[in-house]
Design a protein around this ligand. Structure first.
Ligand code: DQA
Length: 144
C-alpha cells in the first residue's frame, strides 16, 4: 500500500477556534479524522504531521525520503514565506499536492504568492476539508 505523508503547518491545530468564518467551525481533530477516513476510502496509508515550526516541517519532509511515496501539504502561513520548505520538497522530489482550506487567490495580496506551488504538481484551494480528499485521490490515482 502506498504511503502518503500529510503535513499541516502553523495554526491549523487551532481550527474551530481560529477565524471560523474563514476556516469553518470544525476543529483540527475533525480534519484529521476526515483525512483518515479518506485515506481508507482511497486505499492509501497515511501519517499525519502538524507543526507550528518551519524547521520541524523541513526535517519531516527530509525524513520522508525513501519512506513515503507522496506528500499532501497545507503549509499554512509558510506557503507565502518559506523557501526552505520549497527546497526540502524539491530535494526529496516526491509527488506533492499543496492544499489550502481557503481560496488564497481571493484573499489578501500577500497570500496570493506560494513558494510551494513552484514544486507541487497540483494545488487545491478553497474547498475546505474536501480539498484534502481531492489531494489524496489525486495522489492515489498516480499509482493505479
Ligand atoms: C491556509 C491559507 C494561508 O494563507 C494561511 O496562512 C493559513 C491557512 C489555508 O488553508 O487556507 O494558515 O493555508
Amino acid at each position: 500500500m502506498k504511503k502518503i505523508l500529510v503535513i499541516n503547518g502553523p495554526n491549523l491545530n487551532l481550527l474551530g477556534l481560529r477565524e471560523p468564518a474563514l476556516y469553518g467551525a470544525q476543529n483540527f481533530a475533525a480534519l484529521q479524522q476526515f483525512v483518515v477516513d479518506c485515506a481508507a476510502e482511497c486505499g492509501v496509508e497515511i501519517e499525519l504531521f502538524q507543526s507550528n515550526h518551519e524547521g520541524a516541517i523541513v526535517d519531516k519532509i527530509q525524513a520522508a525520503y525513501g519512506v513515503f511515496d507522496g506528500i499532501l501539504i497545507n503549509p499554512a502561513a509558510y506557503t507565502h514565506t518559506s523557501v526552505a520548505i520549497l527546497d526540502a520538497l524539491k530535494a526529496v522530489a516526491l509527488p506533492t499536492v499543496e492544499v489550502h482550506l481557503t481560496d488564497i487567490s481571493t484573499r489578501e495580496e500577500f497570500r496570493r504568492f506560494s513558494y510551494v506551488s513552484f514544486y507541487a504538481q497540483k494545488t487545491i484551494c478553497g474547498k475546505g476539508f474536501d480539498g484534502y480528499k481531492e489531494g489524496l485521490v489525486y495522489l492515489a490515482e498516480l499509482w493505479e
